[in-house]
Write a protein that binds this ligand. Structure first.
Ligand code: GLU
Length: 480
């Protein structure tokens, strides 16, 4: 049996589209599941789209996501001679031809076709009019040329797509595709077929937008006399209004999601479910990469477009923030803390690892993105300001509020430093409150936070530590 081999073949554009990450992930999952080889190939033959540093940022994102490969990165731009050789071979076989048409002529032709509402297809001027001698003369004179694929007339090209079943295309609607450009670089179509063949790729798993290109590839395989791989076209990614996922309606670059503090686990989990599900009756929604490898299967990839629902991503991210360890959460959130003024302006003690980990332990259940750390609990970091009336539970008098605060002060003062644990603080305060929880806990909580809403007074007192807690209660008592 031939070894299963897949590839991820991005064109580096300077950022990684979320759809591109999905293609990489599905190839990776399929490869791992089937103990196949995974090749990373860089399709960088479009010189006009060259972006400096694009390859490095692509590799960084794959590494961040934990998507690894077995071979590559192989750059197409370093294989130009190979594509030239194959393009000439097709000319010799009569399946491709030289085209010397100048861009101006092609432009004019296209305009005419547009005006007449005809498909924009090359009119075969060079194929119909040039003699062998003229072609040779042009080549000798170094005239600029392209090599075009000679698409057969009125034939049906068929292939089996693993997800979509039998696909049929009429060749009359297909342009005589340029295979080799005038700058000597191959087009995507030539390079992709040559490389998938030379690299022994057995499954081509890619986005649906490449489906219309596949008949051209099928013809190329046929003319070269090569066996075509299996084709798997993944469903389009859609905006919530079912238009094609675009920048205009939200971020499409993985880098933007990283910057906003989405965890790799959440992104991978979310992207995996954009077009795939683990099967009927499966209700599990949170998957680790290992679980995805175990469960992934092409037969559960959908045909229909997959809607990118940011609310779902936020939910998954919040679930993952709850799942990772506090040490991990601290490490991964550190860069976000450093961007916040309230953090930078606080004391060394409050900037410490130990303190931040306590804050995170309290906050983690309410965070949907790492960029939000500390934002709704700034009272942990600086002095707090609030109005006296905030301290009173319902219509309690100043005197009652003062008494309540004194009671809390008494309870908390009696807890020693070593016993200052969340469990103890909660237990002692609840015992003291008896059935009048609001009366005791509201003044305490507002005295510690200065906020209408916040985590419980037990959690806040635990994070702040005994000294700071006592200090804040005393300040509130003085206000009354
Ligand atoms: N270079 C193409 C891209 O940017 C690859 C398409 C394919 O996988 O054949 O997505």
């Amino acid at each position: 049996m031939t070894k299963i081999r897949v590839r991820f073949a991005p064109s580096p554009t300077g950022f990684v589209h979320i759809g591109s990450l999905r293609t990489a992930l599905y190839n990776f999952l399929f490869a791992k599941k089937n103990k196949a080889d995974f090749v990373l190939r860089i399709e960088d033959t479009d010189q006009k789209r060259y972006v400096k540093g694009a390859l490095e940022s692509l590799l960084k994102v794959l590494e961040w996501a934990g998507i690894t490969w077995d071979e590559g990165p192989i750059k197409q731009s370093e294989r130009l001679e190979i594509y030239k050789k194959y393009a000439s071979e097709l000319v010799k076989k009569g399946h491709a031809y030289y085209c010397f048409c100048e861009p101006e002529r092609l432009e004019e032709m296209r305009k005419e076709q547009q005006a007449m509402k005809k498909p924009p297809i090359y009119d075969r001027y060079c194929l119909r009019n040039l003699t062998e001698e003229e072609i040779n003369k042009n080549l000798k004179n170094n005239c600029s040329y392209t090599i075009r694929l000679k698409i057969p007339e009125n034939e049906t090209v068929e292939f089996e797509d693993i997800i979509r079943g039998k696909m049929k295309f009429n060749t009359d609607l297909i342009d005589d595709q340029v295979l080799l450009k005038s700058d000597g670089f191959p087009t995507y179509h030539l390079a992709v077929v040559v490389d998938d063949h030379e690299m022994g790729i057995t499954y081509v798993i890619r986005g649906e937008e490449w489906l219309p290109s596949t008949p051209k590839h099928i013809l190329l395989y046929k003319y070269f006399g090569w066996k075509a791989p299996e084709f798997v076209h993944l469903p389009l990614l859609l905006n919530p209004d079912r238009s094609k996922l675009s920048k205009r309606q939200g971020d499409v670059a993985v880098e933007d999601y990283i910057k906003k503090g989405y965890l790799k686990e959440a992104i991978i989990n979310f992207v995996a479910l954009l077009g795939w599900n683990p099967g009927k009756g499966e209700t599990q929604e949170i998957f680790t990469l290992e679980e995805l490898i175990e469960k992934f299967d092409l037969s559960h990839v959908h045909k229909g477009g997959a809607v990118f629902d940011i609310k779902k991503l936020d939910w998954m991210n919040s679930e993952w923030i709850k799942k990772i360890s506090i040490d991990e959460l601290y490490d991964r959130s550190f860069s976000f803390w450093k961007e916040k003024n309230f953090y930078n302006n606080s004391s060394e003690e409050k900037k410490s690892e130990e303190y931040l980990k306590k804050v995170l332990a309290v906050e983690r259940n309410r965070l949907s993105k790492l960029s939000e750390v500390g934002e709704s609990n700034k009272f942990f970091f600086g002095d707090i300001e609030y109005e006296k009336k905030l301290l009173s539970w319902k219509n309690a008098s100043g005197e009652d509020t003062k008494k309540s605060l004194e009671k809390s002060l008494d309870v908390l003062t009696n807890i020693s430093d070593v016993n200052w644990t969340l469990e103890n603080i909660e237990k002692m305060l609840l015992e003291a409150a008896e059935d009048k929880r609001g009366e005791l806990l509201w003044p305490l909580r507002t005295a510690l936070t200065g906020e209408q809403k916040s985590p419980s007074p037990f959690e806040v007192a635990w994070v702040l530590g005994k000294k700071e807690t006592i200090k804040r209660i005393n300040k509130a008592i003085k206000m009354m």
